[in-house]
Design a protein around this ligand. Structure first.
Ligand code: COA
Length: 325
């Protein structure tokens, strides 16, 4: 049976680092408030590199690390809510930059669960037998869609990209997944609302306040703790394995308190969750692949290790995946 294995990972962040103290100079906040409520200390912010630059850097690193040529790539899927354009997709822009002339390329939107949805899609293409490999990337420049005067949201996010090169394999890679959507709750987390506009409409077009990230933090917190815990439990139960067989849990890096609640609910030691939001903030679809790549670069993962990736985000959406390294 064909399985999908992660062969290489990569990440890229813009150079500029903005600390909580830097933020306290532009909005009424403090390092103490942000650290206690979220676990975030600093984040990388783009000073001009748009999302296509971030994701293309990741794609180039993936080709190098997997020792494959661009012409050999069958599929490019990018997850993002901060594309450079409405069209073309970021995946098509990568295709041009690296010269992946034979690839099918498209983007998916599932907000902070985006990488899980993209990886799940790549897995299905590969298991269909028609595609032997894929580049899957999550990348964001959230700095361009946050309201920098809103202290309740601008302190949470950061820019970055991460991804994986995956390949068809006879050995188990992606073992089991649980992805889901709860569109009935979409209003608790939105961004990018654009007004209707046309040549026959005399209304001035302007940026609608809901164009920026708009969030009911408490409701999102509740959604996350409930659904991430439920989703991880479901995947472990369906695979009939226990949490002690899992080497690491790689959660979406939104808020350390969300991870603490999930860890308590499931009785999983907090130390088994990989945390790097202190240095990157919430990078939405990039957060899980950036964390996985960091663990990989540090040599934390060995062949055969079982790892659980789990995220949640706008839509509302969630996604959990059990993979064998
Ligand atoms: N600095 C200082 N005070 C702030 C602040 C900031 N950056 N942001 C909000 N506050 C204030 C609020 O104005 C409020 O003040 P008030 O009591 O005088 O009205 C107070 O802090 C409490 O706000 P509240 O929103 O209730 O705080 P909270 O404990 O729920 O924490 C979040 C806010 C956003 C950190 C938390 O709700 C959260 O993390 N939610 C999940 C968000 C998330 O994960 N989003 C990404 C989804 S992918």
């Amino acid at each position: 049976m064909i399985s999908t294995r992660v062969v290489a990972t990569a990440g890229y962040v813009p150079e500029q680092i903005i600390s909580n103290d830097d933020l306290s100079k532009i909005v009424d906040t403090t390092d103490e408030w942000i650290t206690q409520r979220t676990g975030i200390k600093e984040r990388h912010i783009s000073a001009g590199e748009n999302t296509s630059v971030l994701v293309t850097n990741v794609a180039k690193k993936l080709l190098e690390r997997a020792s494959v040529s661009a012409e050999e790539i069958d599929l490019i899927i990018v997850a993002s809510v901060t594309q450079d354009y409405g069209t073309p997709s970021l995946a098509c822009m990568i295709q041009k930059e690296i010269g992946a002339v034979h690839a099918v390329a498209f983007d998916v939107i599932a907000a902070c669960s985006g990488f899980m949805f993209a990886l799940s899609t790549a897995d299905k293409y590969i298991k269909s037998g028609g595609y032997k490999n894929a580049i899957v990337i999550g990348g964001e420049t959230l700095s361009k869609i946050v309201d920098w005067t809103d202290r309740a949201t601008c302190v949470l996010f950061g820019d970055g990209a991460g991804g994986a090169y995956v390949e068809a394999s006879g050995e188990a890679g992606i073992i089991r997944e649980d992805i889901g959507s709860a569109g009935d709750q979409y209003e608790i987390l939105t961004e990018g609302y654009t007004e209707c506009a046309n040549a026959f409409n005399d209304k001035e077009s302007s940026i609608h306040p809901k164009w920026y990230v708009n969030m009911n933090g408490r409701e999102v917190f509740k959604f996350a703790t409930k659904n991430v815990a439920k989703s991880i439990k479901k995947v472990l139960e369906e695979e009939q394995i226990t949490q002690d067989q899992i080497k690491y849990f790689v959660p979406h890096q939104a808020n350390v308190r969300i991870v603490e609640v999930v860890s308590k609910k499931l009785g999983i030691p907090f130390e088994k969750f990989y945390i790097n939001m202190d240095r990157f903030g919430n990078t939405s679809s990039a957060s899980i692949p950036m964390a996985l790549n960091e663990m990989n670069e540090k040599g934390m993962l060995e062949a055969g290790d079982l790892v659980v990736l789990s995220g949640f985000g706008g839509g509302m959406t969630w996604g959990t995946m059990l993979i064998r390294w």
